[in-house]
Design a protein around this ligand. Structure first.
Ligand SMILES: *Cc1c(COP(=O)(O)O)cnc(C)c1O
Length: 417
């Protein structure tokens, strides 16, 4: 196969080939990753990348926006339908930008904000001291109970009464159970706070109706579009109509310049895909696979944080196997299983080492894998963790991983051989 890029710039072409092969022949188990459709890729690689369109549809600061106005309106309308949202801004470049815009829309620097602890499942943008959120706002962090690893709603209520935050953030990056968004609304109402629900991880499951929706309870809902929602790498904001103006101003001119119209087109494509019945089956299969993987790992003697999962992800406590997250991540990488090390609640190890790994099923489910493959992968993981210092074992597992991946072709037509 020869393409324009392969002729003009073989260096970049070959790197893209290498990455495509890595995705094709490995097992992608990072829960925040997924594989987009050819249609989403095509929209992202389109001429829309050339267009400046600062402002909103029909209120732009540039000429020639008739077509991209329609693109953005289509994306917003499809998103409103998908989530039942009153208002959508599809311009945020990523989940982090969407969150920053939500802070800007509702708060003043120095305000008190509550967010979930990073080391118990929260996200950097929910108040980490190294992030804008922790630098510019007074953060009060809530977490999970030590006994069952579930969000401690009593603690949440107590902290809210004590610190009277202006905003409470719910949503997480490494929490496998259902989040009770109504309880966040209740705590917020008691102290007059806004609720920001960040469903970056769960969005696809929420859209399909398989995970609780915060849309009725939250003032603002932010999300990424590339995790379970399976769209392009980007973000978006939904909200009650009352916050529309403040959000629009926060996104532009507050934080961003020109919206990425090619990505907004790709988001529109992904929303239409998510509105199809096939996406509902996909979402159900994602959760079923995560639960099967969790059960199989428990059968192998591993512990799962909170005992299991209601979603697309699980956090494995590796202490019974006597390896750290760091060692497991590196060993799994060597055989072609991509995961990330993760802290477990009340982790005795520092965050650079971690006692756990975080696993997710969205990407493998997109390839068509099911419960049998999850059991097979649990065998691989268990085998590897026990023999991670045995080069021969690593070699044979590497071959097993590759042959499993090859049974579920992904972007095969994009590979030159
Ligand atoms: C992934 C994630 C984000 C950030 O998304 P980016 O697109 O990487 O900026 C924000 N919030 C949560 C909860 C996430 O999991």
């Amino acid at each position: 196969m020869s393409t324009v890029l392969s002729k003009q710039d073989p260096e970049v072409f070959n790197l893209i080939q290498k990455e495509t092969a890595r995705q094709e022949y490995g097992l992608e188990m990072i829960p925040s990753e997924n594989f987009v459709s050819e249609a989403v890729l095509e929209a992202m690689g389109s001429t829309l990348t050339n267009k400046y369109a600062e402002g909103l549809p029909h209120k732009r600061y540039y000429g020639g926006c008739e077509v991209v106005d329609s693109v953005e309106e289509l994306a917003n309308a499809r998103c409103e339908k998908l989530f039942g949202a009153e208002f959508v801004n599809s311009q945020p470049h990523s989940g982090a930008q969407a969150n920053q815009a939500a802070y800007e829309a509702l708060l003043t620097p120095g305000d008190v904000v509550m967010g979930m602890r990073l080391d118990q499942g929260g996200h950097l943008t929910h108040g980490s001291p190294v992030n804008f959120s922790g630098k510019h706002y007074k953060i009060v962090a809530y977490g999970v109970r030590e006994s069952d690893h579930l969000i401690d709603y009593d603690e949440l209520m107590h902290l809210a009464r004590t610190h009277r935050p202006k905003m409470i953030i719910c949503g997480a990056s490494a929490y496998s159970r259902r989040i009770e968004f109504d309880k966040f609304r209740k705590a917020a109402d008691e102290v007059g706070a806004f609720v920001l629900a960040d469903i970056a991880h769960y969005a696809g499951l929420v859209a399909a109706g398989d995970y609780p929706s915060p849309v009725a309870f939250a003032d603002i809902v932010t999300t990424t579009t590339h995790k379970t929602l399976r769209g392009p790498r980007s973000g978006l904001i939904m909200a009650k109509a009352a916050h529309a103006k403040a959000i629009n101003k926060a996104v532009f001119p507050g934080l961003q310049g020109g919206p990425h119209m090619h990505t907004i087109a790709a988001k529109a494509v992904a929303f239409a895909e998510a509105l199809q019945p096939a996406f509902k089956s996909y979402s159900k299969a994602v959760i079923k696979n995560a639960q099967a993987l969790s059960l199989a790992l428990i059968g192998k003697g591993f512990k799962i944080v909170s005992g299991g999962t209601d979603s697309h992800l699980l956090v494995v406590d590796l202490r019974p196997a006597n390896v750290t997250g760091k060692v497991a991540e590196q060993a799994l990488d060597r055989v072609g299983i991509t995961v990330n090390k993760n802290t477990i609640p009340f982790d005795p190890q520092p965050p650079t080492v971690c006692s756990g790994i975080r696993l997710g099923t969205p990407a493998l489910t997109t390839r068509g894998m099911g419960v049998n493959e999850m059991r097979q992968i649990a065998d691989f993981i268990s085998d590897l963790v026990q023999h991670h210092e045995d080069p021969a074992k690593l070699e044979s597992l590497r071959a097993d991983v590759r042959s499993l991946a090859q049974k579920f072709p992904l972007y095969k037509d994009r590979l030159v051989r």
